[in-house]
Design a protein around this ligand. Structure first.
Ligand SMILES: Cc1c2[nH]c(c1CCC(=O)O)Cc1[nH]c(c(CCC(=O)O)c1C)Cc1[nH]c(c(CCC(=O)O)c1C)Cc1[nH]c(c(CCC(=O)O)c1C)C2
Length: 370
């Protein structure tokens, strides 16, 4: 697979325009984890294939990435490549298994500071992660320009947390012991992860990704002080270096630091075009803090998709009216869609974003004329 064959022309660039701060006819919408376990067609693939086999087989990753685009035909304004944030620890030499019903498991997590010497040095992303690049190139062709394709990475602190905890954790006590007891080694580790993330993101754009998102899913576990030390500098470095390396090929970048509401102003000043918000933010307050510097993305509580039709419609109304529909806004959930959400609830969410988005756009245009 090569990226040299020209990609089909893009028919819907709403999300790219929203991210660049251009006016849009309505707010674009996509959903974090839109390909995945809530879709019966995804569960059918998982009966046949191991999770990382899907990630590593471009044909399967392409098929699964397209599942929500086909099911919700015309309702999604972006696709996100099917992969996982934990492919970066794998590239660093760690074994990661996906245990059905439990989530990721590292049989040999980093325990002692000296364990970081076991990690691969100078990771060649084209050797370790070429399968992601191939999946991106294949998916971009298969999308046939219907919507842009988003590439992503996990942020360094979140990846470090998994590598030290050995999987998900309620307290992150092991990862926190590292940053508090071994700050220097922790910074060394965060820097090594950052270097891989930068090369990986640049490679994803060369392979065909049209937008990038950095997931700091465990950001909110850190105090504002520790976020400033152990997360923010690496998030800033990623944006700066990826843009510098891509030059004129640079694409819009989004940062999502879940739970780090206290850092919103800082997150809007470190070089990302968009900041993704969880549901603990009030839309108007978030707009006031960021003053139009960035595009805001989000932020309905994913659990509202269990709340029934009326609750979903009311929440979308509040969200889109709060953020506005035609400038610097991308509709999404405040975190990934949950595995047991009914497919109809997702459909209603998307349709309602479109309907309310168009209504609000018409109202905004009328108000601007007056
Ligand atoms: C962007 C993405 C991710 N995972 C997957 C995707 C691609 C699919 C898509 O979004 O459409 C597939 C993706 N990744 C996974 C699944 C389910 C695996 C299965 O089928 O068994 C899917 C569809 C597995 C996975 N992978 C991970 C978890 C969470 C475990 C925990 O709570 O600690 C889990 C359960 C780690 C992970 N993975 C990801 C994050 C960041 C986003 C977030 O905060 O939700 C994180 C933290 C990112």
């Amino acid at each position: 697979m090569s990226a040299s064959k020209p990609f089909p022309p893009l028919k819907n660039d709403l999300i790219l325009r929203a991210a660049r701060g251009e006016k849009t006819e309505r707010a674009p919408v996509w959903v974090m984890r839109q390909a995945g376990r809530y879709l019966p067609e995804f569960r059918a693939e998982r009966v046949e294939h191991d999770f990382f086999k899907i990630c590593r087989t471009p044909e399967l990753a392409t098929k699964v990435t397209l599942q929500p685009i086909d099911r919700y035909d015309g309702l999604l304004d972006a696709s996100i490549i099917f992969s996982d944030i934990l492919v970066v620890p794998q590239a660093l030499g760690m074994t990661v298994e996906m245990v059905p019903g439990k989530g990721p498991h590292f049989p040999e997590p980093l325990v002692l500071p000296e364990d970081i010497s076991k990690l691969n040095q100078n990771v060649d992303v084209h050797k370790e992660l070429q399968y992601v690049f191939d999946a991106i190139t294949m998916t971009r062709h298969a999308l046939d320009g219907r919507v842009p394709l988003i590439g992503f990475v996990g942020a360094p602190w979140t990846l470090m947390a998994y590598m030290v905890e050995g999987g998900g954790s309620k307290t992150l006590s092991k990862a926190k012991e590292w940053i508090f007891k071994h700050p220097k080694t922790s910074h060394d580790l965060l820097q090594r992860i950052t270097d891989v993330c930068v090369n990986f993101l640049v490679g994803q754009v060369h392979a065909g990704a049209q937008m990038l998102q950095v997931f700091e899913s465990w950001g909110g576990e850190l105090s504002p002080h520790d976020f400033e030390l152990f997360s923010l500098p690496y998030l800033a470095q990623i944006a700066k270096r990826v843009k510098a390396e891509l030059g004129s090929e640079a694409v819009p970048m989004t940062v999502f630091a879940k739970g780090s509401w206290y850092a919103l102003e800082q997150l809007s000043e470190i070089g990302y075009e968009a900041v993704s918000l969880d549901w603990t933010h009030d839309p108007k307050a978030a707009k006031a803090i960021t003053k139009g510097r960035v595009t805001l993305q989000g932020n309905m509580d994913p659990n509202l998709l269990y709340g029934g039709d009326e609750a979903i419609v009311a929440a979308v109304e509040r969200m889109v009216r709060g953020f506005g529909s035609t400038g610097r806004y991308i509709a999404n959930l405040g975190h990934g869609i949950l595995p047991s959400v009914p497919v109809e609830a997702m459909g209603l969410f998307l349709k309602t974003v479109h309907r309310v988005g168009l209504e609000v756009a018409a109202e905004e245009e009328k108000a601007n004329k007056n």
